[in-house]
Design a binder for this molecule. Structure first.
Ligand SMILES: Cc1ncc(COP(=O)(O)O)c(C=O)c1O
Length: 427
């Protein structure tokens, strides 16, 4: 047998997650600021499983079926695009001011499946290009690499994507005779940077993408984790012209083991004979051939949680915010105290989310990652892991979501010792 795999397997993007996991496993005593995991202190998986009957009650009332029929329906192959679409639509309206009909929602096996469906459905790899804010989430870039979709990175600033940079990237793609099909971004509390796009840039970006007929894939797993001031409206909430396909995830707001997320795809697809179907209905054709449906049993648990929260996810998240806010503040204070006086060190102050960025006076590469883990007992992520272009070599991503107060104090102390030793050893 010829066991050579697709050429994408040589792409370093496919190695990043395994490489990081390996380092974490090889140095179990190290404090790890690598994983973007939510804190388990807020999990109550056992209790959440007991909320399925609440959903059954809701569905019994909605369908007029007997409870027995609704329970059986949870055990059966089920509607491709989901059975909790009404509850997600209510959450979006209550929490985000997004008015989406249940028919425009695709319930997915995590946000990752939403990305898979969109790239498979909307991209013709021979001509279509995916623009991505850079650096960005490996989930999208790794997937595009597997699917053979060309990506064009768009460099971001301290406030995230800048519309002028997006405009220039679109022109450059068009000049090569390719089609910029969509732009992927995480405008709120970006992973990996922690940045947030200001309101003026949101409006300008929407106007630009509408004019150039480029979709925006707005990925928003962290928007509810806002620690300072009021949240900003999502681009989907501001979008009046079908520019945005919105990607939702319950991984951080509820818990990731549910593997539950969704797409809002309310655009109208014009078919032969001028027939119009919601994009979500077209996407169901791809979903029916990938995961068939999102587990109805899982959907019943998510539905139960949404019902318990009276439709609002923001309400469910509110009680978790003091922990995350305090962790962010602890990490910032520790970094400031231990590294604030080192020339060339710059720390951003994210207004929300799980991550912050530290810029160093030297490049932080694989070797630094290994040395840090082995000799200093701390793990941080090189920002270059998340980037498709040069320029981020001096930055690292630190996650503050999954560590305790003690780990922050100890881990930042260790990281600061590494940085100071490196600076002292650099001529
Ligand atoms: C930007 C981004 N999108 C999506 C996800 C989560 O996706 P899922 O719902 O598949 O767990 C993450 C998790 O780390 C993320 O950082």
């Amino acid at each position: 047998m010829d066991l050579r795999l697709k050429s994408c397997f040589r792409d370093p993007l496919l190695e990043v997650m395994n490489f990081l996991n390996e380092v974490v496993l090889r140095y179990p005593a190290a404090v790890s600021f690598a994983p973007g995991r939510p804190a388990e202190r807020h999990f109550d998986v056992e209790r959440s499983l007991g909320l399925a009957p609440l959903f059954v009650e809701h569905r019994t009332a909605a369908t007029g079926w007997s409870p027995r029929a609704v329970w059986n329906d949870l055990g059966q192959y089920n509607k491709t695009n989901g059975i909790i679409n009404d509850l997600i639509a209510r959450h979006l309206e209550l929490d985000e001011g997004i008015r989406a009909s249940p028919a425009s929602i695709v319930v997915t096996h995590g946000c990752q499946e939403g990305m898979t469906i969109l790239l498979m459905a909307l991209f013709n790899p021979a001509e279509d290009v995916l623009l991505v804010s850079d650096p960005t989430y490996i989930g999208i870039t790794g997937l595009a690499a597997i699917l053979g979709i060309e990506m064009v990175p768009v460099a971001t600033g301290d406030d995230g994507l800048e519309p002028a940079a997006v405009a220039a990237a679109i022109e450059a793609v068009l000049a090569r005779g390719k089609r910029p099909r969509a732009l992927y971004d995480i405008p709120d509390f970006n992973n990996p940077l922690g940045t947030r796009m200001p309101i003026a840039a949101r409006h300008a970006l929407l106007a630009l993408l509408r004019e150039r007929e480029v979709f925006l894939f707005e990925d928003n797993p962290y928007g509810m984790f806002s620690y300072d001031g009021d949240p900003l409206p999502t681009l989907k909430a501001l979008d009046e012209h079908g520019v945005v396909v919105y990607m939702g995830s319950f991984a951080k707001t509820l818990y990731p083991g549910l593997r539950a997320g969704y797409l809002v795809a309310d655009q109208e697809v014009v078919g032969e004979g001028a027939t119009r179907t919601p994009l979500a209905a077209e996407l169901s054709k791809v979903k029916s051939l990938t995961t068939v449906t999102t587990s109805p049993v899982v959907q019943a648990v998510v539905g139960g949680l949404l019902l318990e929260g009276e439709g609002s996810v923001r309400g469910l998240v509110r009680g978790k915010l003091p922990f995350y806010r305090a962790n962010r503040d602890r990490m910032l204070a520790a970094l400031e105290e231990r590294l604030g006086d080192v020339p060339g060190v710059r720390i951003n102050r994210p207004a929300g989310g799980f991550f912050l960025t530290v810029e160093l006076p030297f490049p932080f590469d694989d070797e630094c990652l290994q040395t840090c883990a082995r000799d200093y007992g701390v793990i941080v992520c090189p920002m270059s892991f998340f980037s498709l272009s040069a320029g981020r070599e001096h930055q690292v991503r630190l996650s503050f979501s999954y560590v305790t107060e003690e780990q922050i104090a100890e881990g930042i102390g260790r990281f600061a010792r590494f940085v100071r030793d490196r600076v002292a050893a650099t001529p």
